[in-house]
Design a protein around this ligand. Structure first.
Ligand code: HEM
Ligand SMILES: *[C@@H]1O[C@H](CO)[C@@H](O)[C@H](O)[C@H]1NC(C)=O
Ligand SMILES: *[C@@H]1O[C@H](CO)[C@@H](O)[C@H](O)[C@H]1NC(C)=O
Ligand SMILES: *[C@@H]1O[C@H](CO)[C@@H](O)[C@H](O)[C@H]1NC(C)=O
Ligand SMILES: *[C@@H]1O[C@H](CO)[C@@H](O)[C@H](O)[C@H]1NC(C)=O
Length: 325
């Protein structure tokens, strides 16, 4: 059983709720992740990761978003097993050059640096997959979002799959139906889809990923469309970056959902969540109730970070996250 702590960051006071989440902790194989997995073998793990994440975000505020996305892109490809962290070599092609990751996934050096600090203190016991899951949580907390208790005990894969990454990670041109199916394939609900998409309250996206939305979709606010078209022409500037939440891109809040209600989503896939369908009500709820968003986001993260972990004697504890031992 795994609990999570949820912090609304309300201006007058902080409210802490300890909720017991009964679902999501048990894995397909029956093995369970456990929050105190390293309490004897690496008691300082949590502070080491937290410090490493804080240092990286202080150096570059976007890094919190990048680490959160890295964990998502790990979990959606055959489970949270650090497969995304394996570097390509002359005889191995991994996930880093898959369509959604190529020249876009980032934060590998931050994870490698944190792993090196962890190895110094507790050699060969902590997995890269666990460090990535903790880093995603710590990033969200650092940027003002909710907290949750991360179950630990994941092990690292000895392989990766570019084709599985191409097929499993959702792209920005998908319809609502396709997004719902994509998440269902991972055991995630429609509520998880909408809440977890709220991760786009932080971070940036490239012009090539939102061009079709701002030139071809009917559901874009006119002044926002005009602004974006000035940054992202019909051709060229493919790599120009714009914030996914144009209001507060380095603060984890619910303004992403307010943007959707005002037709100011950056990605087609984001605006799909609010375009006259069954998910509109949930978007409206999160837009007006940050606490409800934080609670569902934390629950969704707990489910996502429990997708098919390797446990027990499966896989390995990589010494260097970029390569198999
Ligand atoms: C619902 C389906 C989703 C789609 C189609 C999608 C698509 C995208 C795209 C296209 C980008 C911009 C990449 C670039 O241009 O380099 C992006 C960025 C991002 N995504 Fe998603 N995403 C989805 C769900 C999620 C989820 C579930 C999370 C985490 C829980 C997440 C976290 C992020 C973050 C934080 C960024 C910004 C990364 C940065 O600035 O480095 N996304 N996403
Ligand atoms: C990755 O992106 C680079 C730079 O845009 C490009 O040259 C390369 O062909 C891409 N690789 C794949 C596998 O798409
Ligand atoms: C995955 O997508 C990349 C980039 O679009 C492409 O170059 C590659 O051929 C695809 N690889 C596989 C194995 O599907
Ligand atoms: C917009 O749609 C037209 C017609 O389907 C297509 O030819 C064009 O490539 C699209 N534009 C963008 C930027 O995707
Ligand atoms: C959104 O809804 C409108 C009105 O129903 C529809 O015309 C449109 O195709 C939908 N999707 C987009 C991306 O505009």
């Amino acid at each position: 059983m795994i609990g999570y702590v949820f912090n609304t960051k309300a201006p007058m006071a902080s409210y802490y709720f300890l909720l017991l989440v009964l679902v999501g902790a048990t894995t397909a194989s029956g093995a369970e992740l456990c929050a105190d997995f390293y309490s004897c073998t690496c008691p300082n793990l949590l502070p080491i990761v937290k410090k490493g994440v804080a240092k990286a975000i202080q150096k570059e505020p976007r890094m919190g978003a990048s680490l959160l996305r890295l964990h998502f892109h790990d979990c959606f490809v055959n489970g949270c097993d650090a497969s995304i962290l394996l570097d390509d070599t002359s005889n191995f092609i991994g996930e880093q050059t898959a369509a959604a990751n190529n020249q876009s996934a980032r934060g590998f050096n931050v994870i490698n640096d944190i792993k090196a600090s962890v190895e110094k203190e507790c050699p060969r016991v902590v997995s890269c997959a666990d460090i990535l899951a903790l880093s995603a949580r710590d990033s969200v907390v650092y940027l003002g979002g909710p907290s949750w208790e991360v179950g630990l005990g994941r092990r690292d894969s000895t392989t990766a799959s570019r084709s599985d990454a191409n097929n499993s990670i959702p792209g920005p041109f998908l319809s609502l139906t396709a997004l719902i199916n994509n998440f269902a394939n991972q055991g995630l609900s429609v509520t998880d889809l909408v809440a977890l998409s709220g991760a786009h309250t932080i971070g940036l996206a490239e012009c090539k990923n939102f061009r079709a939305h701002i030139y071809n979709d009917s559901n874009v606010d006119p002044s926002y469309r005009k602004f974006l078209q000035s940054k992202c022409p019909r051709s060229g500037n493919d790599k120009t970056l714009e914030p996914l939440d144009h209001q507060t891109p380095i603060h984890f809040d619910n303004l992403y959902f307010q943007n959707l209600v005002s037709k100011k989503a950056l990605l087609h896939s984001d605006q799909e969540l609010f375009n006259g369908s069954s998910t509109d009500n949930l978007v409206r709820k999160y837009a007006t109730n940050a606490a409800a968003f934080f609670e569902d986001f934390a629950k969704g993260m707990l489910k996502m970070s429990n997708i098919k972990p390797l446990t027990g004697s499966q896989g390995q504890i990589r010494i260097n996250c970029g390569k198999v031992n």
